[in-house]
Design a protein around this ligand. Sequence first.
Ligand code: ZN
Ligand code: MG
Length: 482
Amino acid sequence: MRVTLCQAALGGAIVLNLLLLFCVWRGPGGSPPSCRVPRGVPGITVLLRDFEDFENDLAGTARSFASLPAPVLVAAEVAPYPPVPLPAGVRLLLLRPVADRPPVHLELHVHTRHVALVPDGTRAVPGLLERMRDALEEGPGDTRLAVAPVGTVPLRCLELRVEPRAWTARYSPGEAGLCGAVEGTAVLLLRTRDLFALPFPLARPVPTAIFIQAALRGWGLRVMPAAFPAPRRPPVSPHGRWKAEKLGESRRQQLMRDLGIKREVLADGGERWYGCSKETARCFGTVHARTPQYLLAGRWTPPCCLRALRETARHVAGALEAAGVRYWLEGGSLLGAARLGDIIPWDYDVDLGIYREDVGKCRWLAAAAAGEPVEDTEGFLWEKAAEGDFYRVHYSRSNRLHVDLWPFYPRRGVMTKDTWLGHPQDVEFPESFLQPRVPMAFAGFTAMAPNNARAFLELKFGPGAIENPEYPNPDIKRLGQD
Ligand code: ZN
Ligand code: MG
């Protein structure tokens, strides 16, 4: 049988396709070694990423590592200014796209199997990078990061847990050998393919960015006892330090936005917040079908929003009480109070019922009822809702996190109202639930609630409402569906 050139080419193509299909089918985790092109040649590329444009030690650090010898790359958004004289062989790669030039893909410039992220102001030690690489490769199976201190201050080992659903990174003192992050200036070494498999391989500050992404992947970290020396440098000028602090802060803000972190809980118990405030807009847009956008993204209410909602609820309850307006926890807020004494962790507002006849007793409510939104002395904005006969108190004019106030009035022993939004829990109820109202812990204060909250909730949400949590609109998204 004769095989034509065409047939042979076709056959070859089919075999190649089958092979490729096999590799893809095995998936990235399970791909057999024969399918994976070994990434890079043995060796360690030194990457200088964390440095300032001004008063830096870039030339000295680059010269020291280039003399090892090791390939050294300097990666910056734009060329440092004033220009830094880099030693021969050290390449400067500019990451910010420029309209009339081809884009720079840093990973195409790293040819070695390992890469070391070296902070500005570090001096090389012959053999130490290789020892870090060996520690990484010989460590337990999940070891993906080796870390060595720079200078004489030892690194502080921290445990790091990242809870994406709660938008939170939580640090606590770690036991030596079980760190998820370290505090202090450090060189980080990892496999090149691991670094460039991260969504933010070059985000700054480098250590924070790498530790958080590593924690999300369960990567282990080895801390080296040996340190890289730090050179004696002229003291940074006060203005230089001020600039560096400003830039560091705005980089950290950007990084946390990228990583979806709105709260860092520090090892000493302190907190850093990156979410919304009175001056900013709310973290999430208008809620459609009772399902806020964060729920669709597999997350719960951002902690900054929960904090602002608690503050607004407490403020409103205080104002109503002071004015003698009878109010009570309604709907999801009562449900949260019954379940955990707090706002439900995925809820987006707070609901209170009020006696309609009491509206005139509170000056802010009365002003809102007259038609004009009014900002009270503490910056909360009271207004009549456009959607119907109810009131809203916003956290601020810019941040529209709010407490809804639903006016009810008694009719033949039944509490009713004029605006119904068609929610299942939006129903009339016997006034006896409010005779008397009872105090109940909620969101960090004591709120007033219907007596027999369980019966009230089961009337509104159906039996088992307290015991069986569910998202507000299970037709759109159910709890446990992520
Ligand atoms: Zn927020
Ligand atoms: Mg609600």
